[in-house]
Design a protein around this ligand. Structure first.
Ligand code: AMP
Length: 379
């Protein structure tokens, strides 16, 4: 699959017509003097050029989004009102439907709910990359019913994550971190096929270390993934940490242990001790591995970065990726949050807006929402 095969609405005649645009306005909201306010409007602002283009072509724009997890019930905490107010300031004239997830039909991919969204609307645009890995009604049903297109941001996501990584400038080095190794094995496998080297860090690395015969103490591991990690190590493409920072035996990471000094372990973590970050030698090893790279993909923190004591590895890697002259592509979620925290976002060539969606696209080469657009009725 490539971005080139996604339908566009560039040739649509839109004067006097109504366009339904599926966006991802699942934004952070904070209490304000006049009720809840949008705390970060980045996701709203990225959709404005599309809305303005559609309006300039004479269309009436109706947008729809999910917001939080109301689980199919109307819940005032997840009403889109604060988002609607901010949208109205940024781009007047765009209607925003109420939270799609107030209706159980959204997540169950109910054809009738999907059809209700395009009732009285002429065409559909999917501009919600971060929602396109879920087979939900607002993503799956409209393309079957009305002419449909991929929005510009959605196309850009696919272009960076698939086209750029399909024939990458080499060496291509990928970095995968995070905690849940079972969730990431597929993407590590897919990256090991395409990249020259895959660096693995974060808690998921402990299962790889166990597979390599190393001691990991009481660190987080997933026994069921050890055999798969061993297979991945056997490809010779996977580089894992050579040392660990963590807490000594009996020191809890959270309450009460929050101020405890981290300990630098070598390659072996003592029994009962727990790893929470990569150590300095691992940062050096990863820096050497990244130095010649001409393409870099990074997803997932290298340690328990929410705790400043264990953000050292993640920050070091973020700085290396940001200062690299390679084409740098970062999967969304925690890595995007880390970049933001360290003020490095602007130095990255492309930061994906969808954490889960970017990993699924890399692993499977396609997403349900993209398939729906390609297979939809001819536009
Ligand atoms: P995931 O959801 O699998 O992408 O994992 C992201 C989470 O993993 C973040 O909340 C990190 O703080 C956490 N994490 C990464 N490395 C470690 C580690 N070594 N120990 C504990 N948590 C970690």
């Amino acid at each position: 699959m490539s971005s080139a095969v996604l339908p566009t609405g560039d040739a649509w005649e839109l004067d006097g017509r109504t366009v339904l645009v599926r966006v991802d306005f699942n934004v952070p909201v904070t209490p304000g003097p006049d009720g809840p306010e949008v705390a970060d409007d980045f996701r709203i602002r990225t959709a404005i050029p599309l809305f303005q283009d559609l309006q300039a072509r004479g269309a009436r724009v109706v947008a729809c989004t999910h917001f939080g997890r109301p689980h199919g019930r109307v819940d005032a905490r997840y009403a889109v009102e604060p988002i609607r107010r901010r949208l109205d300031e940024l781009c007047p004239g765009v209607e925003l439907l109420e939270n799609l997830r107030f209706d159980p039909g959204e997540e169950s991919n109910d054809p009738a709910f999907g059809a209700s969204l395009v009732q009285g609307r002429d065409v559909y645009v999917n501009e919600a990359f971060g929602a396109s890995h879920r087979a939900h009604a607002s993503v799956m049903v409209p393309p079957r019913l009305v002419p449909s297109a991929a929005g510009p941001n959605l196309r850009r996501e696919v272009s960076f994550l698939l086209d750029a990584l399909e024939e990458p400038a080499r060496p291509f080095v990928a970095i995968v971190g995070g905690a849940k190794v079972a969730d990431k094995l597929g993407v590590v496998r897919a990256l090991a096929q395409r990249a020259d080297t895959v660096i693995v860090g974060g808690a998921m690395a402990y299962t790889f270390e166990l597979a390599a015969g190393r001691a990991v103490g009481a660190s987080l591991v997933d026994e069921s993934a050890v055999a798969s990690c061993r297979d991945l190590l056997a490809t010779g493409k996977v580089v894992i940490p050579v040392d660990t920072r963590g807490l000594a035996v009996g020191v809890p990471v959270g309450e009460g242990g929050g101020d405890a000094e981290p300990v630098d372990f070598g390659a072996q973590i003592p029994e009962g001790a727990e790893g929470f970050d990569i150590g300095a030698r691992s940062v050096d090893l990863f820096a050497q591995t990244l130095a010649p790279a001409r393409t870099v993909f990074w997803n997932g923190p290298l340690g328990f970065f929410e705790d400043p004591r264990f953000a050292v590895g993640t920050e070091a890697i973020a700085r290396l990726v940001a200062s690299s002259s390679a084409l740098s592509i970062v999967g969304g979620g925690d890595s995007a949050a880390a970049l933001k925290r360290f003020g490095l976002e602007a130095q990255i060539d492309f930061v994906s807006s969808g954490g889960g969606a970017s990993l699924e696209l890399l692993e499977f080469g396609d997403l349900p929402g993209l398939r729906a657009l390609r297979e939809g009725r001819a536009s």
